[in-house]
Ligand binder design. Sequence first.
Ligand code: ZN
Length: 284
Amino acid sequence: MRPLAFFFKKKYEALLNRIIPTSYYPTRPFNLNEVSMDDLIKQAADDLAAARNVVALTGAGISTESGIPPFRGKGGLWEKFDPMEIAHIDAFMRDPARVWNLLVKDLKETLDTASPNDGHKGLAKLEEMGKLTTVITQNIDGLHQAAGNTDVIEFHGSFAWQRCMDCSQKYETSKVDISEIPPRCSCGGILRPDAVFFGEMIPQDAMWRSRQAASDCDLMLVVGTSAVVQPAALMPVYAKESGAKVVEINPEKTPLTLEISDYLIMGKAGEVMNRIILALESKI
Ligand SMILES: [Zn+2]
């Protein structure tokens, strides 16, 4: 190699290592096409059996099997609507009735009847087995709590509650009367979802607690999220930095795959979780 090319190669490697230290690379040779699904399930069961503090990071992909359409991506709500028009806090402040009619009402109808699927139930089972401590979710649907997980950090707040914009009184969304839009609090104030609109801050305590949980775990399961949206995207990095294994369950490769995650189990959250739990139960 010519000296100049060598110099640049070294520089490039040093730069790459600064971004992704070599310790982040998977320790064994890994080719997604060569490892069978059975082997990956077995590996995940082994890793979970050895882990003492598992944290899960979840996103829209875990809830699609409960009939909840994702916001982003193919078939997502943002293909039909411009989120800045209907999901930005300014849009809500300008015309709450419009946002209620275009977005919130439909979401309420969908979520009022949605129930946890095998993906959620699998994570609840992992908590029951004493493995999983915390779920960090980007979802607002409350399905992790419905499935039985007791420590759920909701990055984007919760749609399970509506909050009065005047007095902050909270109402359970499923019990809010929407015969008049926008619905109002007994004080006359307008109700809004207790979730984060575009243009609003991520709740600080959620941010802080997630970072802590990610740094403390020895295995992070990333389920149904491509983890490209900040700050959720940082959580697998914090986990990895602290020496945890990062195991991905997603229908396709993501920016995390083999960069941050140790391996990807490609498939639907429910199906994969069922298989992992079965394999794990036979070990314990
Ligand atoms: Zn009120």
